[in-house]
Design a protein around this ligand. Structure first.
Ligand SMILES: [Zn+2]
Length: 232
């Protein structure tokens, strides 16, 4: 026979177990992936970090410290990938031929292509934002990406120019080649040194966020259509 104290104890244990189960259930619900549809569902964004693989691209200096365009391009891609949902991007192989890079993006079933570059000039004061396109579908895509970069970096807007340097010439997927700022500009170069030293609000993060915002707007406006699509 259980006494009053034992009964109280057992009832308290059961109550606590019920509470534990309820908490576990709640924790499980919260841990499950959110299945809400996003505009990125089923999309593949080809991300081309310009140059690399032994090719520097433009080279700038911050107080004698060398800043290499290929490193900046890579860093922007790295930051953008942190923002994009898992499985929605393809890293374009850093092949020496631009035609081969585009083929790599197309073979991966990409819906769009961003070729990330940064500009260079012998004038260390030069600094502006420019994008390059070729085809009509590039222009539409760029009209979502380019203005976001302009408003994020607040540099002079040199516009969207016709000439994709190969990256938007080959293939047919909507693409844009971005030259968001000049690595040869002293401010631009020093900003990248800041990034490498762990500063969290440099041009690199701002540019990546701008590209993310542009992609989100593009796919929101083009749901079910646009691009070659990856309907599998
Ligand atoms: Zn470049």
């Amino acid at each position: 026979m259980m006494g009053a104290i034992e009964r109280l104890l057992v009832s308290s244990i059961i109550k606590n177990m019920k509470k534990t189960i309820a908490i576990l259930g709640l924790a499980l619900m919260m841990a499950l992936p959110v299945s809400a549809a996003t505009p990125f569902d089923g999309k593949i964004i080809a991300l081309d970090a310009g140059h690399g693989n032994g090719e520097t691209g433009a080279v700038g200096y911050c107080n004698g410290v060398e800043v290499i365009e290929a490193d900046v391009n890579w860093a922007v891609r790295f930051e953008l990938e942190k923002l994009l949902p898992v499985g929605t991007y393809h890293e374009v192989e850093q092949l020496s031929s631009r035609q081969d890079r585009v083929a790599d993006a197309e073979n991966a079933g990409s819906d769009v292509l961003i070729s990330i570059h940064h500009n260079g000039s012998s004038n260390t004061g030069a600094d502006y934002t420019q994008s390059f396109v070729t085809q009509k579908n590039d222009k539409i895509f760029a009209s979502y990406i380019h203005p976001e970069i302009v408003s994020a970096l607040v540099l002079r807007d040199a516009g969207i120019k016709n000439d994709g340097y190969g990256m938007t010439v080959y293939g047919s997927l909507p693409g844009v080649l971005t030259e968001s700022y000049f690595v040869t500009n002293t401010d631009g170069a020093c900003d990248f040194v800041d990034y490498q030293n762990g500063v969290t609000n440099t041009r690199v993060q701002k540019e990546a966020q701008a590209m993310y915002d542009g992609l989100l707007a593009y796919f929101t406006a083009n749901t079910g259509g646009g691009g070659k699509g990856r309907n599998r």
